[in-house]
Design a protein around this ligand. Structure first.
Ligand code: F6R
Length: 366
């Protein structure tokens, strides 16, 4: 039931600290330096033979695949490819002998993802699943995998299922990294960062939710919006744009911030604001210059950054703060503000956030 919440989407956003706790429960090694997954049906020795992982999914789950790709390549240095499940099933992708597959699906019933799983299995590959629905078709037909354990997701726009998938992706990256070349101490710090996620998410919800509701009131009348991010936050830019499209019917696009100059910047004017992910880090100054490019073309900017980061005057029209955190958990933390932003903009526009037009919760037709 909804309890004190007005919509399932709101409830599912606010229950993320508990949901994420459930996704990680019992999944750390006793020494605290790595993750453990009971259901992979793959020994560490077998996993060490894998020289490429292919991740498949649709929609939001495909965005979770992109985050996981970034984390596994960054920390475990293992090549990863991501494909839309719908494309993979008909594309006849060339594959290496030691390729492992993961399909990501909240419902476990998405027909394109199931079709891709079946095609990989027909070719004789092992397919694991990250899935939220025990007993679903994908759970039954895969060779093993990781249940998300976040409880049923009712809102059509995915929220807690997405953050749980990227949290599990981060844990998978840790697990593979530790069996390759991550040190014990780096593993400890990484695992500790994962364990702090529920608290960090709670902090964003507590300190930023009302502020984001106010921002939403000022931006709900726009017809177009850009979402820009780099590295592990590029997929979060895609996810922010998808959320906004789905529930508020505002046209939105996600781009890696540095791609703007190769075309999309032509769209920017006082009529097209941009949501920018600009956390602290090595490329912070590059991000600031990209924001300035938008401002120079009169675009309003909503900047999502780390507490303590400073911007030159006039660069950020709105600032949303994230707590400082380990890079591996940043995508989870950075998702919360864009969920809240799309939720409140949709409400301002009088949209039915739980049942957006033209969409079904699980897409069981091609
Ligand atoms: C977006 C959304 C969809 C689903 C997609 C895959 O908010 O919910 O894009 O992510 O249809 O669904 P699952 O994960 O059930 O395979």
């Amino acid at each position: 039931s909804l309890g004190d919440y007005k919509h399932y989407m709101e409830k599912e956003i606010f229950e993320q600290p508990a949901a994420l706790e459930n996704s990680m429960r019992g999944r750390f090694s006793e020494d605290g330096s790595t993750a453990n997954f009971g259901g992979l049906n793959l020994t560490a020795a077998e996993l060490r033979q894998v020289d490429r992982i292919v991740f498949l999914g649709c929609g939001t789950a495909w965005h979770a695949c992109l985050v996981t790709e970034h984390l596994i390549e960054r920390y475990a240095r293992l090549p990863v490819e991501v494909e839309y499940a719908s494309e993979f099933r008909y594309r006849n992708t060339p594959l290496d002998r030691n390729t492992l597959f993961f399909v990501l699906s909240q419902s476990g019933e998405t027909i394109d993802t199931l079709g891709a799983l079946r095609e990989a299995k027909r070719k004789g590959y092992k397919v694991l699943a990250i899935n939220n629905t025990v007993g679903s078709s994908i759970a039954r037909e895969s060779d093993g995998g990781i249940y998300q354990h976040v409880g049923p997701e009712i809102g059509v726009a995915s929220t807690k299922a997405f953050t749980s998938q990227i949290l599990i992706g981060a844990m998978l990256a840790l697990y593979i990294a530790r069996m390759r070349d991550m040190s014990y101490n780096d593993g400890l710090a990484y695992a500790q960062a994962i364990k702090s996620v529920p608290d960090l998410v709670r902090r964003v919800l507590e300190t930023q939710a009302a502020h984001i509701r106010d921002i939403a009131k000022r931006y709900a009348h726009y017809q177009d919006m850009l979402f820009l991010g780099r590295l592990s936050l590029f997929p979060i830019a895609l996810e922010g744009a998808l959320k906004l499209k789905e529930i508020s019917y505002i046209h939105a696009e996600g781009y890696p911030a540095a791609e703007m100059k190769h075309g999309p910047i032509a769209l920017v004017s006082e009529k097209c604001p941009a949501v920018f992910f600009a956390p602290k880090g090595e490329i912070f100054n590059k991000l600031v210059s990209s924001i300035q490019e938008i401002k120079a073309r009169k675009g309003k900017t909503i900047v999502i950054t780390t507490e303590g980061c400073e911007f030159p005057p006039g660069v950020a029209d709105e600032i949303i703060h994230l707590p400082d955190c380990h890079e591996a958990v940043l995508p989870v933390i950075a998702t919360i503000p864009v969920q809240l932003l799309s939720y409140h903009i949709a409400l301002e526009r009088g949209c039915d956030v739980d049942k957006p037009r033209n969409l079904a919760k699980s897409v069981t037709v091609e």
